[in-house]
Design a protein around this ligand. Structure first.
Ligand code: AGP
Length: 610
């Protein structure tokens, strides 16, 4: 989820590049750099940290030239550093390239290129692309890029330049956005509209496996067979602010809609062969014996990450038959927790900077336990201190209310669980393949739910007129109910509570009054009859029940006030699907109440203090 800009034309390139990088900085980044075709060569300047650091460094080095490109890095492979910042060169200083995406097979390509004599200096997957293009270069950069991308598996949006071809930039794209803005004797490149719209509204959006040759006066786009396409430019009428949100009104809705891609990016290179194989070995670096020796799992996190951990508990105890304890980090760190031998401590944190979670990690480390972090930020404190990390690749999450990061945390826990089941020989190969395929199909199932977004505002309209609401569920649905309640609370300011559905009769039923909205999660078919009886308890007392269940749960149809059917799947996978309508419900309820959405009162994105 890095940011790319490029320029070629009648003006100096650098001013557009630096302006464009600032336009993309909302996407989050840890380093920045530019490459410009100067009279004396293809010059690169890059720095870790703020764009202002880059500006300062460029300051005195005149980057005069009419063609160039820039990059904001959101690290995925290789910690944030100047060496790992883009643009990247190859062996010779003639080449430079910037890239957004994940090269899945970069290790294999790097080994092959090293065997061909290439020398690498960074830890990134991107540098492999630069050397690959150099390897195929025979005097035509477009051809070498077209050749190189055929060897790559994964996702890429790239811009490349070479010293001997000052009058052109070459682009390519697969599963990562890249667009070309058309000007008068100048053309622009960017990862998204925000950097283009101040200059042009005539835009080509590159499609997968398309490449482009861009000069000051022309743009040629080629399909995967390298034949020229006659494409009509699109006219984009968004304003810049809405462009940053890809046309959505709020970052939260944009990030809810990005979840299928976030899941695909997080499973990439880990769920192989359509999900038939799960391979985390190189990332986790546990021996099979270590995995077999684990006698307990302890998950520690805060807020939404804690709720992901609760789903993980139900999942791991069901599949691994291992005892799993889950605790909020602020409690864990001060209660002198009992951690028995062979306990794996998993810390979950989107930001990787939550003070309580970091303190919990340090406590577990002091006691000598193996620690695995699940985090979304490469180079974060949690990532650096955990020793072992299973990164989520949700990309920068801007809205305070976590959505896509949470969903990828769930996916990470599922992949970890089935990988452990494989290593502990707990499941037949067929069962493992079936589970992997179920995970592989989740993004498409999430897409079908998101396509029904329009069903939510009506439900939200009712909910928005109440100051209290309840979320109930049994088994894994209880963990999802907690997350649904938090989403609603933190952006609509409605007092929402989640309860294990079987608990209502032990007190909370006293609060059920005529019409009060109750969100009933009833996706776990194994306990559907029990959920149904809890729903009847509420209806008998006048509650207004919105139900979320799997398609085919007809018994509920006439017992509730509204029902949102989810795509059918094995119970154990439903948490990934059930949370989607709850996220949308929280969003549209908050919109109906005129709340600010992305930055709710009293909250910040990362709680780096106690
Ligand atoms: C979730 O919507 C909240 N913004 C909050 O609970 C968040 O999940 C919590 O602060 C943990 O943050 P982390 O994942 O970055 O550690």
């Amino acid at each position: 989820m890095s940011g790319i800009v490029g320029y070629i034309g009648k003006m100096q390139a650098y001013p557009f590049l630096i302006e464009g990088l600032y336009k993309l900085e909302y996407r989050g980044y840890d380093s920045a750099g530019v490459a410009v075709q100067c009279p004396d060569g293809l010059k690169i300047i890059k720095t870790k940290g703020e764009i202002s650091n880059l500006e300062e460094k460029v300051g005195k080095n005149l980057l005069a030239g009419n063609a160039g490109f820039g990059h904001l890095r959101w690290a995925t492979h290789g910690k944030p550093s100047e060496i790992n910042a883009h643009p990247h060169r190859a062996c010779s200083d003639d080449f430079a390239l910037v890239h957004n995406g994940i090269i899945e097979n970069y290790l294999q390509l790097r080994q092959w290129l090293e065997s061909e004599g290439h020398r690498f200096i960074s830890e990134t997957d991107t540098e492999v692309l630069a050397h690959l293009i150099e390897h195929y270069y025979r005097g035509d950069l477009l051809e070498s890029v077209q050749e190189a991308i055929k060897k790559v598996t994964g996702s890429f949006a790239l811009v490349a330049g070479v010293r001997g071809e000052k009058d052109r930039l070459i682009c390519a794209r697969k599963d990562a956005p890249l667009m070309i803005g058309l000007g008068e004797n100048e053309n622009y490149i960017s990862s998204d509209f925000a950097a283009l719209l101040p200059h042009t509204r005539k835009i080509h959006i590159l499609e997968d496996m398309e490449t482009a040759l861009i000069t000051a006066s022309a743009v040629k786009i080629f399909n995967s067979d390298c034949t020229v396409l006659q494409k009509k430019a699109q006219q984009i009428n968004w304003d810049v602010t809405s462009a940053e949100k890809s046309g959505y009104e709020h970052f939260m809705l944009k990030e809810i809609m990005e979840q299928p891609q976030a899941l695909r990016d997080t499973m990439r290179g880990r769920l192989l062969d359509g999900g038939k194989k799960i391979d985390l070995s190189s990332e986790l670096n546990f021996t099979t014996q270590e995995i077999k020796d684990f006698a307990k799992v302890f998950i520690v996190a805060c807020g939404t990450a804690y709720h992901a951990g609760l789903v993980g508990k139900y999942l791991m105890e069901k599949i691994l038959r291992l005892p799993v304890e889950v605790d909020v980090a602020s409690e864990f760190r001060y209660r002198d927790p009992l951690l028995c031998e062979n306990t794996l401590v998993i810390v979950i944190s989107q930001s990787g900077e939550t003070a309580d979670t970091l303190a919990a990690l340090r406590l577990a480390r002091e006691r000598g336990h193996k620690i695995l972090a699940i985090t979304n930020v490469v180079g974060s404190s949690v990532a650096r201190e955990a020793g072992r990390v299973l990164f989520t690749y949700a990309g920068p999450e801007i809205a305070v209310a976590s959505t896509k990061a949470y969903l990828t945390q769930l996916l990470a826990l599922y992949m970890l669980t089935y990988y452990f089941a494989q290593e502990r020989n707990l499941l037949e190969q067929k069962q493992l393949e079936k589970a992997g395929e179920s995970l592989f199909n989740l993004p498409a199932q999430v897409e079908t739910i998101l396509d029904r977004e329009k069903e939510i505002p009506k439900m939200a309209d009712y909910l928005s007129r109440w100051e209290n609401a309840y979320f109930i569920g049994r088994n894994m649905d209880f963990a999802v109910a907690l997350e649904g309640a938090l989403k609603l609370k933190e952006i609509s300011y409605i007092h929402a509570e989640a309860y294990a559905a079987g608990e209502l009769k032990h007190g909370t039923l006293a609060l059920v009054v005529e019409g009060i909205p109750v969100m009933a999660l009833a996706t776990q078919n194994a306990v559907l009859d029990k959920s149904l009886s809890n729903i009847k308890e509420i209806k008998a007392r006048g509650g207004y029940v919105h139900c979320f269940a799997q398609e085919g749960s007809e018994a509920l149809q006439n017992e509730v006030d509204s029902i949102f059917y989810l795509p059918p799947a094995e119970d154990v996978f439903l948490p990934v699907l059930a949370v989607i309508p709850l996220q949308l419900l929280a969003y549209y309820t908050a919109v109906a109440r005129g709340c600010p959405i992305d930055n709710p009162r009293n909250l910040t994105k990362s709680i780096t203090v106690e």
